[in-house]
Design a protein around this ligand. Structure first.
Ligand code: NDP
Ligand code: 8X3
Length: 247
């Protein structure tokens, strides 16, 4: 039975990926900061699960949590680097420094802390699969997206870097870069403004988190000699980050 660790399993793409992996019969290490959501998901899934409560920004907490995994969860075959978010949508000249810190610390440094804690085990076993959640914002830059786009460009670079450094160890590395997916993403970006968040997904059919989870399940179930390195996935109505056909 394969073991997968998913960061950001309490919501959106991460939670749907956990549901898809449970159907594949994987053992799951579910990570997030919201204990109630983790417990709820553990109760729902008919597969062995272990919950890890940590903020990816806290490098010691990340290292301790992963080093302290019980023996039956400690050999991680699949790492889904999914935890991440956007904070604000402001022009560079008026951007909030705390928003910038949050995005850099979560989307870039947090992903690195988790990867650094998990990868040595994969290297020792000469096997593993890492999927990094990038974004269309890691492939292009859009107005007021500045720092969020920069963090996702960094994820794109780290995805390539991991593939180069880990190829000698038989570790598969790939990124999924979604366009607009209706999750809690925009609620977080707009700091709890539910109305403004809902508007982002109006007048066209956005992706559902299940759509991305399906693709992740496809990627991890390819034969071992097949590595899907880079996928951009958008709603059919979305051509670029900003060109969206609305009804
Ligand atoms: P959600 O807001 O629905 O989920 C984000 C997840 O990340 C939550 O489970 C949250 O858990 C976790 N998370 C956030 N901050 C932290 C932190 N500091 N420490 C630990 N966990 C954290 O968003 P999505 O599912 O949409 O986002 C998942 C990924 O997909 C992100 O990397 C995002 O950038 C990317 N993405 C999303 C797109 C979209 O349109 N929705 C498009 C392209 C990429 P908790 O709050 O419990 O800690
Ligand atoms: C999330 C998609 O277009 O809001 O990464 O940046 S977008």
């Amino acid at each position: 039975m394969k073991t997968a660790l998913i960061t950001g399993a309490t919501s959106g793409i991460g939670r749907e990926t956990a549901r898809a992996f449970a159907k594949l019969g994987y053992k799951l290490i579910l990570c997030g900061r919201r204990q109630d959501r983790l417990t709820e998901l553990q109760n729902e899934l008919a597969t062995p699960t272990h919950a890890l409560l940590f903020d990816v920004r806290d490098k010691q907490a990340v290292a301790d949590a992963i080093a302290g995994l019980p023996a039956d969860f400690s050999s991680i075959d699949i790492l889904i680097n999914n935890a991440g978010n956007a904070h604000g949508l402001d022009p560079i000249q008026t951007g909030d420094l705390d928003d910038w810190d949050a995005m850099m610390d979560i989307n870039v440094k947090g992903l690195l802390y988790v990867s650094r804690a998990v990868i040595p085990g994969m290297v020792a076993r000469n096997s593993g699969h890492i999927i990094n959640l990038g974004s269309i914002a890691g492939k292009e830059v859009y107005p007021n997206g500045n720092v969020y786009c920069a963090t996702k460009h960094a994820v794109d670079a780290l995805n390539k870097a991991m593939r180069i450094d880990l190829v000698q160890h038989g570790i598969r590395v790939g990124a999924i870069h979604p366009g607009m997916v209706e999750t809690e993403f925009s609620e977080v970006r707009f700091k709890g403004d539910v109305e403004r968040a809902a508007k982002v997904y109006q007048s066209f059919t956005p992706l559902k988190p299940e759509d991305i989870a399906d693709i992740i399940a496809f990627v991890v179930t390819r034969p071992y000699h097949v590595n899907i390195g880079d996928l951009v996935v958008t709603p059919t109505a979305q051509a670029t980050a900003t060109i969206v056909k609305k009804d």
